[in-house]
Design a protein around this ligand. Structure first.
Ligand SMILES: Cc1cc2nc3c(=O)[nH]c(=O)nc-3n(C[C@H](O)[C@H](O)[C@H](O)COP(=O)(O)O)c2cc1C
Length: 179
């Protein structure tokens, strides 16, 4: 079994990325155990917390420390990734010297109602993450465009469902190969 944690970058009502995350969980191969890691409750990080690390952040870090790989399912905000996602990733690198994502296999997926399906936000993540030491999966890329027309009450259209399944197969393989 491979344990995969997933972070959803949106808590909006009826979030498209929550729907995408649900699809990815549904389409994950049996050998992948999918664990949701919530980030909504996390305060904004600042340096004083290095000396007095909040328990809520320690608990969150402990959840991430228990997974073999981490999947970010995130919207795009102004051609980048949301501040909540940046904060959640920053916390994983603190206090100084206690970065727990060095060597962690990481995947990125996202959905947007527009034509480009979070591709700009994803490319910003691809710049920011490697210096933190993560092992980033390069391909396949999963950027779901026109997502309002894609998701249904109980899943997604056939093409997106197939793409989600092959993404999860590839990511599970990637995580297993880097354990
Ligand atoms: C602050 C903000 C900035 C946004 N910027 C973009 C953008 O650059 N590109 C894009 O495709 N959608 C953008 N959107 C629209 C989101 O893609 C849309 O709200 C989407 O539903 C967000 O994902 P969610 O439903 O999972 O929250 C933006 C939305 C917000 C709130």
């Amino acid at each position: 079994m491979v344990r995969i944690g997933y972070i959803i970058g949106s808590t909006a009502e009826g979030s498209l990325n929550q729907k995408l995350a649900r699809l990815l969980v549904d389409q994950a191969p049996e050998r992948a155990e999918m664990v949701h890691i919530p980030i909504r409750h996390l305060p904004l990080y600042h340096r004083d917390m290095d000396d007095d690390f909040p328990q809520v952040m320690a608990d969150y870090k402990a959840q991430v420390a228990e997974v073999d790989g981490l999947l970010l399912v995130s919207p795009e905000h102004n051609q980048s990734f949301p501040a909540a996602v940046k904060n959640a990733l920053d916390i994983l690198t603190r206090p100084q010297g206690k970065n727990i994502i060095g060597g962690l296999p990481l995947g990125i997926a996202g959905a947007s109602p527009g034509r480009f399906g979070t591709i700009n936000g994803q490319s910003q993540l691809r710049q920011f993450l490697p210096p933190l030491g993560v092992k980033l999966m390069g391909s396949p890329v999963l950027a779901v465009h026109a997502a309002k027309e894609t998701f249904t009450d109980d899943g997604a259209d056939e093409q997106t469902t197939r793409r989600a399944a092959s993404y999860m197969e590839a990511f599970t393989e990637f995580v297993a190969g880097h354990r």
